[in-house]
Design a protein around this ligand. Sequence first.
Ligand code: KIV
Ligand code: ZN
Length: 514
Amino acid sequence: MERVIIFDTTLRDGEQSPGFSMNTMEKLEMARQLARLQVDVIEAGFPISSDDDFEATRQVAKQVGTLDNAPAICGLSRVGLGDIDRCWEAVKYAKKPRIHTFVATSDIHLKYKLRKSRAEVLKASVEAVRHARAYCEDVEFSPEDASRSDFDYMCDVLSAVIEAGARTINIPDTVGYAIPKEWGERIARIRSSVQGIDKAVLSVHCHNDLGQAVANSLTAVMSGARQVECTINGIGERAGNASLEEIVMALRTRKDFFGVETRVKTEEIFKASRLLSHITGIHVQPNKAIVGENAFAHEAGIHQDGVLKEKLTYEIMRPEDIGRPSNKLVLGKHSGRHALAARLKDLGFALAGPELDRAYKAFKDLADRKKEVYDEDLMAIVTDEATQTAAGYEIAYLHVISGTGVVPSATIKLKKEDQVFQDSGVGDGPVDAVLAAIDAITGLKGRLQDYSLRAATSGKDAIGEVSMKVDFDGTVVSGKGSSTDVIEASARAYLSALNRLAQPTVQRVKEVGP
Ligand code: KIV
Ligand code: ZN
């Protein structure tokens, strides 16, 4: 059966949209999960856009691109030769490096954005691809705004870049303008009109402005596209990119119809989705296909009755196909380190050494507070630990007074390396009071821009996961924290933001336009 290459751009197109920025450590964590998911290509960043993006791409190439069976690690660059040099410097460490170069081909972009003629853009494209090919074989070219580009001109550019050595031709619907039938026809026409197209893999990259990104990607596959660019949870510019989980599961569930397969290990999908939500603090809506809270929940009596009799009646996929935990009771306070390690391994987290020690301590604390520990709780603990910054403030003691008719107040003791600090604060609620106490210690004044709290599982004793965005004097940092005590979870989230602020990677400059 023919294979469709899954090109994941969560760390590039996904990450560049507001609210989704990640530091190097977070990108690495996500990239490791994408490798476990067995995507074929990870687009790790846009190296020329900032020093941080360069460094994150370089680290992904070094640490994930060198693993056994590693995916290709790709960097994005405009057609400028300096961009390509910088991109290569970042991706060259990977076993399979890829340079992805792009330039707009629509008249709208040529006239208003680039202020270049068609001939100039064609020439720059060819030079860029030649330059990139001098570094590596795996070169991808994208005519930006392809869905609004003059068809014949775009085809001329494509045949010229194939001649210059491009091995993947990616057709972006940059502004999410295409409609499935028309898009499928456009892809089929490209296949039949572009000279030399057989020498390249035909790819699509669809945005979701009209809600058609996944449908457009799938019609492109029906028309012969053999690479799809997509993101976990569908994150990306504006309304997002095509969602990886929807594309992969559609191709798998309807293999009878599409007649193609992917190499993705679907059992890793749920973990990838949760990890991304945890890192970015942005959760998917409950009815999101495949990974939403309700995606496998049958509410109507008639459906429940059918599923109890035979799952096939209403279930076209099984939760276990995407690695969704069954929420079964797993461990209790008497469970040992080995039992925890074994259960985490079943869930796909192979922890050992200090990482396992930290997870075990967090598990014991949780089991002391909560009688029943579910798979979802373990995932919350591990992802929380993975995204906390190693060096920084930790809570040593927290006491909060709050209630009706009482002025909320908090006293907190923080540890940092060998030092202990203590202070207190009051506020208009317990969270406000705790954050005021932390500010009194650090001397910084954070302003909460966004705050969300969700329960990791059902039950009154569930773990609360807090995500927040904090503005520290103009620098906005996100933070996350989990605990069965939502006030403590809030304090942990605030401290994780504060600790990230101290990292140089937070000072991001991401304003490079094409
Ligand atoms: O949407 C777009 O056109 C892009 C290109 C850089 C591929 O992201
Ligand atoms: Zn895009």
